[in-house]
Design a protein around this ligand. Structure first.
Ligand code: PMP
Length: 411
């Protein structure tokens, strides 16, 4: 069956033919058969250089030997027990060892679960209910945080939740100060680099300012590092920007391509989680041995090889090329970046929303025709993996030069 047939078949069974909405694009997505290193291959046998990386988890690329070895070893021993394994302590040590704010950690199965539980924990610890998030931030698909400035992002979310989830623009400290003064906040949750509105870094002083506001009003600061964790630095954005939150949420890279999430904080906060404390969290698959093994193997490679430095340099050079070639702003932080088809700097989601969708789609299609796959939404990021080579960089530059009529004259 080719991709078109598979799409028709899937569409009759799965809403939109997919299991997560961003995966579909016009006229239909290609169906992937396999991946190796920086490349993926569709069922027709076409090769694509992959800047999506499963939306970020595959920081070492597809089928990294160290990850495969760890997973195979675990598979032979058994897949899942519901009884503790050493694999959980090993990954726990890696996270506590690298992430400044995380003295203890609880593993879950997705980024969604991580932020859902982090918010519950923060509410319980502080003894207040309101949470402040930023317009364009994405923290998973649970009800509490599926909001934007205009209200909830989906039918089916209780209207009452709007009273406990406040939304304000990213990179505007004054507004945050004002909201913190007028509301009893339990927590502020922020993606330190917005990775779900394109790629939007914090302006200078923004994260520090959030830290101060939280300190002044006994609010917990939660960094959602599902994207930035173990990607911008081993200690994530909190190490990269040198600002320490109270609570961190992780996912993606720490599972080495397998389902995972985690939330962590200092001991005093984490000891409130059941069974040590009273804040409920449970999960049949939490601390899944295969995810633990793949995650530990991934972090060991990150510790021993200069993946973060190499991928960041690759992304910096490619972003510069794309910026110069196109004449449009390209935001890049570490190994992630995005182009915005609009005038001027992009420092919040309103800027990202102005990026010309049609041009972005044409870019995505043109690159795909040249064997390069970028996430098919202007609100995602391009991700670079440790498997991306200098040859891949040269090939991408060539394909960018080949994009017809998208870029500005003289760009
Ligand atoms: N937080 C952030 C910052 C994310 O980017 C995502 C997913 N892209 C999530 C949370 C949710 O993670 P998951 O899809 O694993 O539930």
């Amino acid at each position: 069956m080719d991709s078109k047939d598979l799409y028709e078949r899937s569409k009759s069974l799965l809403p939109g033919g997919v299991n997560s909405p961003v995966r579909t694009f016009d006229p239909y997505p290609f169906f992937v058969k396999s991946g190796s290193g920086s490349k993926i291959y569709d069922v027709e046998g076409n090769e694509y250089l992959d800047y999506c990386l499963g939306y970020g988890p595959l920081f070492l690329g597809h089928g990294h030997p160290a990850v495969l070895k760890a997973v195979k070893e675990q598979l032979e021993k058994g897949v899942h027990f519901g009884v503790p394994t050493e694999a959980e302590a090993r990954l726990g040590e890696k996270i506590a060892g690298h992430v400044p704010c995380a003295e203890m950690v609880r593993f879950v199965n997705s980024g969604t679960e991580a932020t859902m539980n982090a918010v519950r924990l923060a509410r319980a610890y502080v003894g207040r209910e309101k949470v402040l998030m930023f317009d364009g931030g994405y923290h998973g698909s649970h009800d509490s945080l599926l909001f934007e400035s205009r209200g909830s992002k989906s039918p089916g979310i209780p209207r009452s939740l709007k009273n406990s989830t406040l939304v304000t623009p990213f990179n505007d400290l004054e507004k945050v100060e004002d909201i913190a003064k007028r509301n009893e906040l339990a927590a502020i949750i922020v993606e330190p680099v917005m990775g779900n509105s394109g790629c939007i870094p914090p302006v200078e002083g923004f994260l520090e300012g959030l830290r101060n506001i939280c300190d002044d009003s006994d609010i917990l600061l939660i960094f959602d590092e599902v994207i930035t964790g173990f990607r911008l630095a081993l200690g994530g954005a909190q190490e990269y920007f040198d600002v320490r939150p109270d609570v961190v949420t992780l996912g993606k890279v720490i599972g080495g391509g397998f389902p995972i999430g985690a939330f962590g904080a200092r001991r005093e906060i984490m000891e409130m989680v059941k069974p040590e404390g009273e804040v409920f969290h449970a999960g049949t698959f939490s601390g899944h041995p295969v995810s633990m093994s793949a995650g530990t193997a991934t972090i060991e490679v990150l510790e021993n090889e200069e993946v973060i430095e190499r991928t960041s340099s690759f992304a910096e050079r490619l972003a510069k090329f794309l910026r110069e070639e196109s004449g449009y702003p390209v935001n890049q932080v570490g190994p992630m970046f995005q182009i915005f088809f609009k005038e001027g700097k992009v420092k919040d989601v309103d800027g990202a929303r102005k990026s010309d969708e049609d041009k972005f789609k044409r870019l995505q299609r043109s690159l795909m025709e040249d064997g390069i796959f970028i996430p098919p939404s202007r609100f995602e990021c391009w991700f670079v993996s440790g498997a991306h080579s200098e040859e891949d960089l040269a090939g991408t530059k060539k394909a960018i030069k080949n994009c017809p009529n998208l870029f500005r004259q003289g760009g």
